[in-house]
Design a binder for this molecule. Structure first.
Ligand SMILES: NC(=O)C1=CN([C@@H]2O[C@H](COP(=O)(O)OP(=O)(O)OC[C@H]3O[C@@H](n4cnc5c(N)ncnc54)[C@H](O)[C@@H]3O)[C@@H](O)[C@H]2O)C=CC1
Ligand SMILES: CC(=O)C(=O)O
Ligand SMILES: [Mg+2]
Length: 370
């Protein structure tokens, strides 16, 4: 198969769909890989490394989209990229379609086979291609929140761990999955007072076993969320209903009653955000203020540590990229129900249940005739 890797074009997005190591593996399996010149330069993955791995460098993204049978990316395609896709071509990348009707429509019009990293599943009920970036974003959320709490970033001026004789900051993490667990781990490491809220008692039990008395676990409902948010200096939004728009767990009215100079980091922004006052921001301009509360809502947080993130993502995507290249989409999707769960748009039809609010959904297996 001819596999194409365009350079990412989102604001401050330096990740790459394939590392040289994964290119090498594809080439060893008899595939051809074309990579846009300079795709990895910013993170030390030079053109020379790609050439040595067996890739052919291409100058223009148009040529990659025109020639490749499968496009491997990181972020969702921007509108003019969607317009370069064609029927039968595989697109394998993050899509986050539920809160994005425009991208959904463009992908439907393309006729391409659109497989979203974030809805591929595993046998333990996890999301193996979202998990590595959730680990990164969860860890980063505490760094970002700590900066925002500093005066020069607009915050109230609190050090997360305090110092002897002063209280630590209160950190509330809503959603105790991969993002939430990693956020809690960093916040505990900095000696903040940390509470995780989740709707899943099983999840809370696991967190309790993992962190013991260093972490407060709270069952999430309207009342407990309100109490935690109003007390917190830093709130991390980390909920997810896979494939669907994020539930709004914190209302505008609640934000109005928060402490002035407190901080919200909405990691769930890529699925539309879990605070009513959230809208997506960029690394160039990451924050804004509503009612005295600093909002950090960057939709591609892992892009800031793009080298770590590229390797972490590629470690997880490699077997799926290889399966798609070796077998083609029909056999790869038919053989592996977990990869099939990643199919969001197929030949113009929506195939993921989380997209039902955007149009008729056909079960993925039915759509491909499996
Ligand atoms: N902004 C960014 O750069 C990035 C964003 N993300 C996003 O972060 C979000 C979280 O991802 P993961 O931690 O991997 O998901 P996950 O599935 O591991 O965890 C989500 C948790 O939310 C809980 N939950 C669902 N509804 C809830 C509610 N109403 N109240 C409390 N808890 C609730 C679930 O029980 C689950 O434990 C996703 O939207 C993901 O796409 C992930 C990576 C990067
Ligand atoms: C998961 C995601 O949206 C990201 O890594 O940017
Ligand atoms: Mg994102």
């Amino acid at each position: 198969m001819l596999v194409g890797v365009p350079k990412e074009i989102k604001n401050h997005e330096y990740r790459v769909g394939l590392t040289p190591g994964n290119v090498r593996q594809l080439v060893a399996h008899g595939h051809q890989v074309i990579v846009q010149r300079g795709a990895g330069t910013a993170i030390g993955l030079t053109d020379e490394l790609y050439t040595a791995a067996g890739a052919t460098l291409v100058d223009e993204p148009q040529e990659i989209f025109a020639r490749a049978e499968m496009i491997v990316k990181v972020k969702e395609p921007q509108p003019h990229e969607c317009c370069m896709l064609r029927p039968g071509q595989i697109l394998f990348t993050y899509l986050h379609l539920a809160p994005d009707p425009e991208q959904t429509r463009l992908l439907q019009q393309s006729g391409a086979v659109c497989i979203a990293y974030e809805t591929v599943t595993d046998r333990n009920g996890g999301l193996p291609l979202l998990a590595p970036m959730s680990e990164v974003a969860g860890r980063m959320s505490i760094q970002a929140g700590a900066h925002c709490l500093e005066k020069s970033y607009g915050g109230i001026g609190i050090l997360l761990g305090g110092v002897p004789g002063t209280p630590p900051a209160k950190v509330a993490v809503i959603g105790g999955g991969v993002v939430g667990t990693n956020a809690a781990r960093m916040a505990i490491g900095l000696e903040a007072y940390v509470t995780v809220l989740d709707k899943s008692l099983d999840r809370l039990r696991q967190l309790d076993m993992q962190f013991g008395r260093r972490l407060n676990t709270v069952y999430s409902n309207d009342e407990t969320v309100e109490q935690a948010v109003l007390e917190a200096d830093l709130v991390i939004g980390a909920v997810l209903v896979p494939g669907a728009s994020a539930p709004k767990v914190v209302s505008r009215e609640m934000v109005r009653r928060m402490k002035p100079g407190s901080v919200l980091v909405d990691v769930a922004i890529d699925q539309g955000g879990c605070f009513e006052t959230s809208h997506a921001t960029t690394h160039d301009n990451p924050t804004y203020v509503v009612d005295g509360v600093i909002h950090y809502c960057v939709a591609n947080m892992p892009g800031a540590v793009a080298r770590t993130s590229t390797f972490a993502l590629n470690n997880a995507t490699a077997p799926f990229v290889l399966a798609l290249a070796d077998k083609g989409w029909r056999t790869a999707l038919t053989d592996d129900v977990h990869l099939l769960n990643g199919l969001n748009v197929f030949e113009g039809r929506l195939t993921h249940p989380g997209l039902a609010h955007l149009g008729d959904v056909v079960p993925a297996g039915t759509a491909i005739g499996a």
